[in-house]
Design a protein around this ligand. Sequence first.
Ligand code: BGP
Length: 464
Amino acid sequence: MSKIRNDFLWGASTSAYQVEGSISEDGKVSSIMDDVANRDNYSKDITDFRDASGHYKNWKEDVKLFAEMGMKSYRFSISWPRIMKNLKGDVNEQGIKFYSDLIDELIKYKIEPVVTIYHFDAPNFIFEDGKFTDKRFIQLFENYCKVLFEAYGSKVKYWLTINELNMFAMASSAIGILKSNQIINRWQIVHALNVAQARAINLCHEMLPNAKIGPAPNLGCIYTNSSKPIDYTAKLNMDLVRNWVYLDIACKGHYSKTFLEFVKKNNEVFLIDPKDMEDIKRAKPDFIAFNYYSSMTVEMTNEETNIKLAQDQQSGHTIPNFAAAVKNTNLEKTQFGWEIDPQGFKNTLREVYERYNLPIMITENGIGARDVLTKDGKIHDTYRIEYYQKHISKMLEAINEGVDIIGYMPWSAIDLVSTHEGISKRYGFIYVNRNEFDLKDMKRYKKDSFYWYKDLIATNGEKI
Ligand code: BGP
């Protein structure tokens, strides 16, 4: 007998800038993701986010398909630059209306909206007058949260603060917020984001006593490449900066001493205003949401080596004398080179639950693949079904072993543009008929995984 809850939130995920398109419509201001094609590290062979999946125009039809699949929850992000117009804090009513209509439509179909407040697409105006400061970023973010809580607080119960806050440190070049040369270093930004997150949690609890809010990092358990004791030290190092620092601050309200020493040793700027720590201590998340794609395997390196923090999905940065990510020869890989590790999913669920003892919501998990649309309009994505079968089975095992999981919202509900690998890296249950530079007719097709997931949801995970 499965111990899964009857009200388990089976669903799926997207993010605004990756799915919506229409980047200049209805008063939306520009975001740091809009000019991604101009970045040195963005390939010229792939699309940018200008048109994405056309969801801004097609949202009603898309939600209808989500309902047909039986989704009980939909995790999406609100585009900060659609809502806030400028540094003065003017609000774009058309942006407010778009998400209000979307939320109403979801509720009409009994789909629980799970809202990410900020998913990588910061508005460019935060850099506009050349005075980007951490303090001002925090203030602007808090103002934006207030606008959202006022506008949608009566309809939205589940809020996620900042998508993958830890990736701002691990993969900052792909995310873009560190592009401004006024930003001194990544850990200072991570601290600003931690404070911003704490303010969002506190404000949410003050304004919306019935709502629930949590952080949404990207987590993955870490293995050692050998049984050498020194490799275990490398694991502890990597665990610290890859996984735990962010959740320790969010859930326990402090930075661990080992992290503070690590920052000092690397001569990184890390200035903490004691007042900020008061906000952080007061903020108590109601649950932990996390995105899981893969585990990581590490080994220690010698004194002289400069090590790449090779997060497998996005390019990393170097930290000397610390830990290095290496290939795990026990694991298969996706077409895009990401290691597939369902057991690692269970390991991560166990670790997070045992460490923090809060309900868990999975807000991303999935496989990027070059799906093929057949002449008769089908997509036979058996590899995706297999991927989900394995991961969901492990999640159900974790539930039966006592881990409190309240929802599973894999990536992604519908095809969308990858953070840095274009539209050809497809994740959806629903196919969008376009390719990198030809928008074709943007027609939606249900993949084989759509029907499979529909059955799984209808049986609350029985028919896997
Ligand atoms: C996560 C992000 C998503 C999504 C996903 C897949 O890190 O939260 O925005 O894109 O990864 O990654 P990618 O698009 O790089 O394949």
